[in-house]
Design a protein around this ligand. Sequence first.
Ligand code: PFF
Length: 447
Amino acid sequence: MKNREQFSGNLSVIMAMAGSAIGLGNIWRFPYIVGEYGGAAFIIVYFAACLFIALPIFYAETIIGRRGGLDTYGSMKRLAPGTHWYKLGLLTIISPMLILSYYSVVGGWSIHYLFKSVSGTVGQETGQFSEFISSVEAPILAHTVFVILVAAIILGGVKKGIEKFSKITMPILFFLILVIVVYSLTLPGAGGGVDYLVRPDFSKLTGGAIASAVGQAFFSLSLGVGTVLTYASYMRKQDNILVSGLGTAGFDFLFALLAGFAVMPAVFAAGLSPSSGPGLVFETLPYIFGKMGAGSVWLTACVAGVFFLAVLMAALSSAISILEVGVAYLVEEKGLGRSRATLYLSLFAWAVGLLCSLSFGPLADFKILGSSIFEFLDKLCSNWMMPLGGLLFTLFVGWKMPSADVLDEFSNGGSKPWNVKIYPFVRVLLRYVAPIGIIFIFLNSVL
Ligand code: PFF
């Protein structure tokens, strides 16, 4: 087999994996659920969910990916020949393709709003958002541009595409979000938003809150759909799995907090109440930027432009990780060239995304199990396919792979003393804590 591309080192791995993790989930979902479920009390539970459930699953995928050294299907086949485990590899090729289709629609919205921001037409009236997403041409055009951008980065390959893009955009993204945090915190009345995020209210920590924390940690770290596995297959043997996991989860957590402090103080300063879902980012914030910059079209254009540029970068760096899973599979298992694989899969995601986009307008009455096409795919992937993939990955590493092999991979053949020391603890998390945590999300979805 020809030489596979690899990331250049630990830092590149962390940047690429953080690029995948930090996305729309951090920006619109996290700030909202924090306040909803008890502020600082929820943040503590979320932190624990990241550390004790999400991180072990991240390690499970990383261990499989680097040891297997191939795409999801190939890695599972190589590590468990003659068994049915390769089907898990197949599952984790289908689910990312579905995620990419609706994720690209929302990614497209961020392009549309970026354009509106710089052309000075954002936030002039409310109700624009629902009018926009229910229309036909504009969201489809934006979705198309987003898919083309994702495909273009993936065509560049692992080093010149994914690694380069992540290494450039991640630092810029942190800088941009800091600018917005400072702007947001200095608005009169911002204190209410800070209060909403940090005042601990332990009475709101219900079972549903805990399941939401676990689910959010899952989505946020891109688990259970083979993205972590695929990126890990591009890690060098000398790179440190423990460090890359801690770095990725740490940046992802930090960015979620920053997004909270970017969004909520502005919402409260404008005297609005926080809403859930994309409406918060695409409707409430443009309105706020318009209001705060009253009289100065320039100020509004700058602040809104910075914000939507950040949203777009975050969405792109996540979307490329989703597309890479399928591309790696077609290249390595089906012998397709990278360009052809990228073309086919982008077309697929674009076509399914078209239906998702239309499901806000002309196809709104078409329901699958009571949900629109967009909502159905989101629920199917977030509530079922991602947790199922994650559960099977941890069970595989915790119970099926020989423990000596797992330790060998986790500690680079025993050469990393910290990894060896911490391994017994990680093993307990992999075998018991993480699977029980995932079953908890399933029960919550069913009930
Ligand atoms: N982690 C991304 C976010 O928080 O927006 C979403 C995501 C990326 C999910 C990649 C799944 C995935 F494979």
